[in-house]
Ligand binder design. Structure first.
Ligand code: NAD
Ligand code: LMR
Length: 335
């Protein structure tokens, strides 16, 4: 029995992501929660003739916690795309003041109603919202670091697409699965093109072209924000990326483990965390490839950082910036 709950299901990401989840034959129940418009989204999706039973939950007032509780009860997987998106000229960190409280309140609901669920955090700024979820769950005594995933998959999707675009007659985006480590904002995003399937083509690029490509991945979100011109940020590509990680986790519930990158808490209870922490100057959170099984993250594949000697400088910059982003999230809950 797989029950997936989407918090922020009526939004730009929430709607297409819920549609993709509704199409997954392994999802038995799809639970949709939002503070606006969610009954319509739920009714619409419920007409699709797939097996996932769809229900929607709208709070009757700001004080109503029952709707969130009912949406969450019995969930195996909770995906959070709730919160405001950027407008041109804003950084992801500019969203902190609004989104931090939204994510804190939703995490409190998870702690009270679905403490064993796997949780995927999409809401920005991911580098700070993931620590906010972790600290809230800790405060409630229900934090399991193996079950918390910061969604950085869109950076991987972009890294694959943008490299293939440079070699139209030689490659397709599906030829690669570029490992992207670090965080999810500007220079904290580090695509490791010099290792794995991407290496052969990447080495054909001049130093200048490599720099341009990395910059495009790090600031890919800005391209969409500017093109949407005030109407928000990436939604369709994000729904695809968020679904990709959710699907991998759903698949890992019933079959062999899969490896995906995610922004995670480097807690010592996870295999490979001690080694991973050493490589990132003792940071508490970082995006690494991880092995995923039925109960969440089984192992951190940290060795990739030893192989990526070409990206050493980029990693140093990412680690510096991440320190502040993580501290900001932790401090928000601790204060
Ligand atoms: P949106 O405004 O279209 O949708 C957000 C939804 O969240 C709305 O339906 C809103 O009603 C809902 N919401 C607000 N407060 C809520 C609450 N307390 N409980 C439940 N729902 C609530 O925005 P969007 O384009 O879907 O983006 C959502 C978030 O995802 C933004 O923070 C954006 O920056 C982030 N994002 C992250 C990535 C990533 O790679 N991790 C990529 C794209 C966007
Ligand atoms: C993205 O990478 O597209 C998202 O984080 C949204 C944004 O603000 O750019």
């Amino acid at each position: 029995m797989v029950k997936v709950t989407v918090l922020g299901a009526a939004g730009g990401i929430g709607q297409p992501l819920s549609l993709l989840l509704k199409l997954n034959p392994k999802v038995d129940e799809l639970s949709l929660f939002d503070v606006v418009n969610v009954p319509g989204v739920g009714a619409d999706l419920s007409h699709i003739s797939t097996d996932a039973k769809t229900d929607s939950f709208l709070p009757s007032s700001k004080e109503d916690k029952t709707a969130l509780g009912n949406a969450l009860k019995g969930s195996n997987l909770v995906v959070i795309p709730a919160g405001v998106p950027r407008k041109p000229g804003m950084t992801r960190d500019d969203l902190f003041n609004i989104n931090a409280s939204i994510v804190r309140d939703l995490s409190q609901g998870i702690a009270e109603n679905a403490p064993d669920a796997l949780v995927l955090v999409i809401s920005n700024p991911v580098n700070s919202t993931v620590p906010i979820v972790a600290e809230t769950l800790k405060k409630n005594g229900v934090f399991n670091p193996k079950k918390l995933f910061g969604v950085t998959t869109l950076d991987i999707v972009r890294a694959n697409t943008f490299l293939a675009e440079l070699f139209p007659s030689e490659a397709k985006p599906t030829d690669f699965n570029v490992r992207v480590v670090g965080g999810h904002s500007g220079e904290t995003i580090v695509p490791l093109y010099s290792v794995g399937e991407s290496k052969k083509l990447y080495e054909k690029l001049s130093a200048e072209k490599k720099k341009e490509l990395i910059h495009r991945v790090q600031f890919g979100g800005d391209e969409v924000v500017q093109a949407k011109n005030g109407a928000g940020s990436a939604t369709l590509s994000m729904a695809y990326a968020g679904y990709k990680l959710a699907e991998a986790i759903i698949t890992a519930q019933s079959s062999s483990s899969v490896v995906e990158c995610t922004f995670l808490n480097l807690d010592s209870s996870i295999k490979g965390a001690a080694e991973a922490k050493k490589l990132v100057k003792d940071l508490d959170y970082f995006s690494f490839p991880v092995k995923i099984g039925p109960n969440g993250i089984e192992e951190i594949k940290y060795d990739i950082l030893n192989e990526a000697t070409e990206e050493k400088q980029l990693l140093d910059v990412a680690i510096d910036q991440l320190t502040k982003n993580i501290e900001k999230g932790v401090a928000f809950i601790k204060k």
